[in-house]
Design a protein around this ligand. Sequence first.
Ligand SMILES: [Cu+2]
Length: 444
Amino acid sequence: MDGKDTDRPVTSRRPALWGTVAGAVLTVLAVLAANSGKDTVAGTAPGAGTTRTVAVTLAGMRVRPARIEVAAGTVLRLEVTNSDARRHDLKVENGPATPLLDRGETRTLDLGTVTGDREAWCTLPGHRAAGMTMAIVITGVTDDTGHEGHSTAAGPDLSAGFSPGWQPRDADLAPAPGGTVHRTELRAAHTTIEVAPGVKQERWTFGGTAPGPTLRGRVGDVFEITLVNDDRRMGHGIDFHAGSLAPDGPMRTIEPGERLVYRFRAERAGAWLYHCSTAPMLQHIGNGMYGAVVIDPPGLPEVDHEYLLVSSELYLGTPGSTAQVTRMREHTPDAWAFNGVANQYTERPLKAKAGERARFWVVAAGPSDGIAFHVVGTVFDTVYKEGAHLLEPQEAGGSQVLDLAPAQGGFVETTFPEAGHYPFVDHDMRHAEAGAHGMVEVSD
Ligand SMILES: [Cu+2]
């Protein structure tokens, strides 16, 4: 590669955690300050005889802080509180364990004098593997593995908070604008985006967002897109699946500072992908260069809400670095996302009212995963996939999942039966539990 890779090696996992680690250290510092009155110093070695009490929270398949640094010789106490609706415990490697704690229960674990690194985890089946772990790292001793700590948590901490001022991408899909010719300028540029709670990631984008802007029109409309390459470092191109034409000219790669005009007529309805056409597309799509084109089927009825959700994997780290591209090739994403940000609609739910009808347009951007789109608590009475109605309301059947391969698109419709909280997910649970999860809050 270019020798500027700043990723950690592939064997050392999960760059996303560094944000969490920093947060954990701050928490520890805050706890230290809060408890400084209790400290008793009985030796001259750093940490020797000092007592530290650290508040530890169990919630959302995470132990927080996920990492504690203590000086060798410190007497360590963990004040463990379960703030989750379900029960958890915390077991310290070669040390004490709490009993199963109900929500709101607290137990103090006395670890005594700590001299070596330890792990702690929830012992319920599967919780440790899901990321309920904490690393207790002793400072002032050489770690012969050369690593800082041994956190084994997987992926970004999705139970952490988004940064102050963070806003989700609007999932509402606006109606097609008037007119039959739609002109858009798309600028290819690098942008830093908060792609998961507290995780800022450099993205390659069309128009500064990933997904790029959504285009919408009717069958027969003409789209005239001017692509401008504002990226000073590399070439980009664009490919609209909604139009048919010879790729040679309009899909060519343009160099930094160049522009091209891509004109197509949308001859057929559907939920279409567009994406960067420059090789390697795994990297260009995987770093954010994709978006949706919605061409309404003739006679599409009005509904109370129309949402657009573009699904994708997320790969963290320096875009295009050896480490990131290796994860893309090995298909080990750091998270999955709707509209480019893991868990954004869990944090900021979509809103609807009981009895209202919603249409969810879904496009699978990949680059490697499709989606099994499901809305918990609802049955779809309408399914439209790849240009065809598979199910319509007057039929007796119902549908539970819209399944899309990478680059496919469609929509489903449902009516929310009553007030409540309806999660929407990629029903591949590996994806749902790592970011492909949102919520519709339905009120009376
Ligand atoms: Cu590109």
